[in-house]
Design a protein around this ligand. Structure first.
Ligand code: AMP
Length: 189
């Protein structure tokens, strides 16, 4: 199985590139942000809990996220592989993912780090907020999410380097050029 972690700051293009990877390689897609937004839309208890954190630009507690991830992962049958989009976001989540995959005789194949400069992230997210109306894409919350990214999520770059899974991807340029770099990295596996 091909287990791909797509990584990067909010606005780095993880969702967009994930869709193309899914299409090309026939993988299943887990976007933890999408899962949480669906729960909010459906008015579930989980959605109510998640909304409080998301609106503040904070992360949902690890234990909760890890349970959600395992249950979505186990719902895939005869999967060729999975793309993890927006997970892990903390070292604890990365360790849990490693263990979860190990328990199923699997491992992360590669971690793709989409790197985009901070001013570009800000511009993209504000534009996305205007177009999609996503509640957390407003300037104040974006700033908080970027602080959270740097303090809690960016340490995963070194963590995956140590695991020997890290692959840098230049996240600026045309969508096609970025996608071609991603495909080349996956095809080298
Ligand atoms: P995203 O769509 O990936 O940008 O996620 C939107 C929001 O959902 C984040 O700002 C977090 O509040 C929450 N979230 C998504 N994935 C995770 C995760 N793996 N761990 C904790 N919180 C998450």
């Amino acid at each position: 199985m091909l287990n791909i972690v797509i990584f990067g700051a909010p606005g780095s293009g993880k969702g967009t590139q994930s869709e193309r990877i899914v299409e090309k390689f026939g993988l299943n897609h887990i976007s933890t942000g999408d899962v949480l937004r669906a729960e909010i839309k459906n008015g579930t208890e989980l959605g109510k809990t998640a909304k409080g954190y998301i609106d503040q630009g904070q992360l949902i507690p690890d234990a909760l996220m890890i349970d959600i991830l395992a249950s979505v992962f186990d719902s895939f049958k005869d999967s060729k592989g999975v793309i993890f989009d927006g997970f892990p976001r903390t070292i604890a989540q990365a360790e849990a993912l490693k263990q979860m995959l190990k328990d199923r005789n699997q491992e992360v194949s590669i971690m793709l780090d989409l790197e985009v400069p901070e001013d570009e992230l800000m511009t993209r997210l504000i534009k996305r907020g205007q177009e999609s109306g996503r509640a957390d894409d407003n300037e104040e919350t974006i700033k908080k999410r970027l602080v959270v990214y740097h303090s809690q999520t960016a340490p995963l770059i070194d963590w995956y380097k140590k695991e020997g899974k890290y692959q840098h991807i230049q996240g600026v340029g045309t969508m096609d050029a970025i996608f071609n770099d991603i495909v080349a990295a996956i095809e080298k596996l």
